[in-house]
Design a binder for this molecule. Structure first.
Ligand code: AFP
Length: 314
């Protein structure tokens, strides 16, 4: 588990920390640009208009003014970063091409403000980002070169990995990110469960798995925000989040590119697992930007148990 804040080690700032990771200068720059953008997103969340934007996204969902603003903040920052060739956002219908020359460049898939419908009741929300080398966004998540999320809660924290473990940074009073946890590791199993979707629409296999979790004494912890719910499981190092297939939506609700892949990457990096019930999330080949999938993500043994209950029905 990571060390507690307090020692001088934790005064390391994000850019300096990244430089020590032995990754390309372009990737350091990109991650720092996203961290910078998040400072404007949190400002929008704290003070922005809570109304609707009058538009809808690729999924036909009504966009909130905050969704549109957060998307614009991220997109602009990425466009002018000089290291991004393609951008896909949950709030845009198509891939946005910044340059046709992918040499030394990255493609970025992001959900600018996941859980935005929770802002009006003052619950936590977040930004989720997956980073790919080159111009192909429709490849298995396992090929990502980095993933991160920024959680806008009572504190703003940023959790990232570039394949060298999971690190958490927390925003201080000067709006700088300082290292607060390093090499985050999950336990083999845990006693928290976070189940999405209407239970009356669960299949018998999922219903049986939930009953198993309840019988073993797991605590229900579900906020309706993917970022805070995953953050709880990752930082406590225990438990499972699931958003299964439902009787009227066999692919569940959450999106592979924008939500599932980055979280699966981070959880695997911390020693956990993520599956759609039949295969690891990170091995799925996306067929389109809008692909959804069921997900079971968290401690390895809890995820394996879910797969056992599903018994190939997914
Ligand atoms: P919104 O962005 O529409 O609020 O959806 C949030 C979300 O995509 C994800 O953050 C949650 O885990 C999930 O949906 C919650 O879905 P339910 O409301 O069906 O539980």
């Amino acid at each position: 588990m990571g060390k507690e804040p307090g020692s001088t080690k934790f005064q390391t700032d994000f850019r300096r920390h990244l430089r020590e990771q032995n990754i390309s200068g372009n990737l350091v720059h990109l991650l720092c640009e996203i961290a910078e953008a998040s400072k404007y997103v949190i400002n929008a969340v704290r003070t922005g208009d809570l109304g609707v934007a009058g538009t809808s996204n690729l999924y036909g969902e009504e966009q909130l003014a905050l969704d549109v603003l957060s998307d614009r903040i991220l997109r602009k920052r990425l466009m002018y970063s000089g290291v991004v060739c393609n951008i896909a956002s949950e709030e845009m219908d198509e891939i946005f091409q910044v340059t046709s020359n992918p040499l030394g460049m990255f493609s970025v898939a992001y959900d600018p403000l996941d859980g935005s419908s929770l802002v009006d009741v003052n619950l936590a929300v977040g930004t989720i980002v997956g980073i790919y080398q080159g111009d192909n966004l429709l490849q298995p998540g396992r090929n990502m070169v980095g993933a991160m999320y920024i959680l806008y809660g009572p504190r703003v924290s940023m959790v990232y990995s570039v394949g060298k473990g999971v690190y958490e940074f927390t925003m201080n009073h000067l709006m700088e990110f300082t290292l607060t946890r390093e090499k985050v590791q999950m336990k083999p199993s845990g006693d928290i469960y976070s189940p999405g979707g209407l239970r009356k629409k669960y299949t018998p296999e999922n219903e049986a798995y939930i009953r198993y979790l309840e019988d073993k004494g797991s605590k229900l912890r579900y906020s309706g925000g993917f970022v805070p719910d995953i953050n709880q499981i990752l930082m406590k190092g225990k438990g499972i989040f699931m958003y299964p297939a439902l009787t009227d939506s066999p692919n569940g609700k959450l999106r592979l590119l924008f939500e599932l892949n980055p979280m699966a990457y981070l959880i695997e990096q911390a020693g956990g697992a993520a599956t759609n019930g039949c295969m690891p999330i990170l091995d799925m080949v996306p067929e389109g930007l809008d692909q959804r999938a069921p997900i079971y993500i968290g401690c390895k043994e809890d995820v394996a148990k879910a797969t056992e209950f599903l018994n190939g029905v997914c």
